[in-house]
Design a protein around this ligand. Structure first.
Ligand code: ATP
Ligand code: MG
Ligand code: FE
Length: 338
């Protein structure tokens, strides 16, 4: 089956073509308008999606045609998939309406995909792939979850954040350090020159497999306020150590719960997904823990970690095999259970 998938849940407009589970194209348009506001502005995001969606879909089809064995146009697709939830409602609406219109015009079935399930199944895009069952730590800008995947159709959230997401913890800490949005990649960069044990920040004690990151942000804030009072250039002088210490704390919180999840479930195929899985410290720590504890570890390629339509396409491929189609009157939802 050939699937065209569209992702528009936040601030990336993306389209992908996938043939029998093989990704032929994954075109992503990043929106830069948000940088000067220090965060994604929903209204600007939906407008940018409206401008981007036609050229992005067109580029994904053309790229796929270059790779495809036989002549290939939009008429050769078997289904149109889209991100139905969760996300910014105005952003989701653009992708949803486009997908519905296209499905209607081409007379092809429509497939609705849950964005967070897609982040998990991004691990099935390229080799080496985890066998089932596997655990996935999904760490992104809006979510932090541990998911037990028994099959593409049986994904269970067994732990999640009770407040901020890991990506938010990175971005909010970065903001306190005077770094521009999104600060996660910058913390990663400066942390590589710093001492992770230079400063100690609060690590919350949260029951079960759940996470909390709002206390860390407060702990960083109070610490910086006190230090800056003594020395107004404290942040400047200690930026590398501060970044390394913040990153160390976040990774520690994540890895502790992941270890607990492996113990509880006995599942030793361990994956990470979501934008924060680009973090070099987290990647290293996952790999080292895997080697030490006999886990098989998996991390999708970077372009499949942050928001992308290839992960929507692979999820839709499994839904297609199961004939899980959506009706044309389906609406997007900002928040959604699985
Ligand atoms: P969600 O999927 O929960 O709706 P989202 O799609 O906006 O949220 P992603 O695009 O998957 O989230 O990830 C973006 C987040 O990843 C941002 O918080 C960003 O700071 C963080 N991030 C990206 N690269 C790194 C890195 N190298 N180190 C730490 N954080 C990073
Ligand atoms: Mg994003
Ligand atoms: Fe995402």
């Amino acid at each position: 089956a050939t699937i065209l998938a569209i992702e528009s849940s936040c601030d990336e407009t993306s389209a992908s073509v996938c043939v029998d589970g093989r990704i032929l194209s994954n075109f992503i348009a990043n929106q830069t308008v948000h940088e000067k506001y220090g965060g994604v502005v929903p209204e600007l995001a939906s407008r940018a999606h409206m401008q981007n969606i036609v050229p992005v879909v067109d580029a994904a089809i053309k790229k796929a045609a270059e790779i495809h064995d036989s002549p290939f146009t939009i008429h050769d697709i078997d289904a149109v998939a889209f991100t139905q939830a969760p996300g910014l409602i105005g952003s989701l609406l653009v992708g949803t309406q486009f997908a519905k219109s296209l499905a209607l015009a081409l007379d092809k079935p429509l497939i609705a995909v849950h964005h967070m399930q897609a982040h998990v199944l991004a691990n099935l895009i390229a080799d080496p792939k985890p066998g089932f069952p596997f655990l996935c730590l999904t760490v992104s800008g809006g979510h932090t979850q541990i998911v037990l995947a028994n099959s593409p159709y049986d994904l269970k959230v067994i732990g999640e954040t009770i407040d901020d997401a890991a990506g938010e913890a990175f971005d909010k800490s970065a903001k306190l350090l005077g770094l521009p949005y999104p600060g996660g990649p910058l913390i990663d960069k400066y942390a590589q020159q710093g001492n992770p044990l230079a400063f100690k920040f609060a690590e919350p004690q949260i029951p079960e497999l759940n996470f909390s990151f709002s206390g860390l942000k407060t702990s960083v804030l109070y610490f910086l306020q006190a230090q800056q009072k003594e020395d107004a250039s404290f942040i400047e002088k200690n930026l590398n150590d501060l970044c390394a210490s913040v990153q160390y704390t976040i990774i520690n919180i994540l890895i502790k719960k992941l270890k607990k999840a492996v113990k509880q479930t006995g599942v030793k195929n361990v994956c990470i997904a979501g934008g924060v899985s680009a973090n070099s410290g987290l990647r290293k720590e996952l790999k080292e823990n895997g080697d030490k504890n006999g886990w098989s570890t998996f991390i999708p390629a970077f372009e499949y970690c942050t928001d992308n339509a290839a992960m929507i396409a692979i999820t839709a491929y499994y839904k297609y095999l199961n004939k899980e189609f959506a009706a044309l009157d389906i609406s997007p939802t900002a928040r959604a259970e699985w």
